[in-house]
Design a protein around this ligand. Structure first.
Ligand code: MN
Length: 206
């Protein structure tokens, strides 16, 4: 199969003033498109063409670095666009809210740990909230376009929240102030989608 760039589920200017229009446009049309194009090139003529992307990532150690980098890039960005919204649910409720309180003590503490993971990732990467195989929550950072699905990841599990900390995600608006970008992220994060991701992760038992 051949991958295509998914449409954003909102307009490029929908997340203003937190995520600016120019960044969103370039991030989607150029950066994400490049991961899609390079993923298609990397799998052309290989058995990966007949596999689901998630299944490739779960055994990514068997594939070429270009599959890892661009498969991760396509998965991570597709995931990221879906958890953002112009009209987000601003806090979790129900089972996820309970689990966050049990595991982290409070939502603010979870946010602090995600921010720290994002700030602590030297160079490019992502910060995640993930569900581990035992069903518990964890915060982790991954380098480059890696993610917790990958068998190469030091923190494996099913991601339910992720934030891109590559400079291309924030440099035009926030310049070197990654911390300010990570603070702004919470204003456009839709917890309704994170809750849905959490339920799906638990039902997969991964
Ligand atoms: Mn990006």
């Amino acid at each position: 199969m051949s991958y295509t760039l998914p449409e954003l589920p909102y307009a490029y200017d929908a997340l203003e003033p937190h995520f600016d229009t120019t960044t969103m446009t370039i991030h989607h049309q150029r950066h994400h498109q490049a991961y899609v194009d390079n993923l298609n090139k990397a799998i052309a003529g290989t058995d990966a063409e007949s596999k689901e992307l998630e299944d490739i990532l779960k055994e990514v150690s068997k594939y070429a670095p270009a599959v890892r980098n661009n498969g991760g890039g396509h998965y991570n960005h597709s995931f990221f666009w879906k958890i953002l919204s112009a009209t987000p649910k601003t806090a979790p409720t129900g089972k996820l809210a309970e689990e966050i309180n049990t595991h982290f003590g409070s939502l603010d503490e979870l946010k602090a740990q995600v921010k720290q993971a994002g700030l602590g990732q030297f160079g490019s990467g992502w910060a995640w909230l993930l569900v581990k195989s035992d069903g518990s929550l964890a915060v982790a950072a991954t380098p480059n376009q890696d993610n917790p699905l990958m068998d190469t990841s030091a923190n494996q599990g099913c991601p339910i929240l992720g934030v891109d900390v590559w400079e291309h995600a924030y440099y035009l608006k926030y310049q070197n102030k990654r911390a300010d970008y990570l603070d702004a992220f919470w204003s456009v994060l839709d917890w309704a989608v994170v809750e849905k991701n959490y339920e799906q992760a638990l039902s997969k038992g991964k």
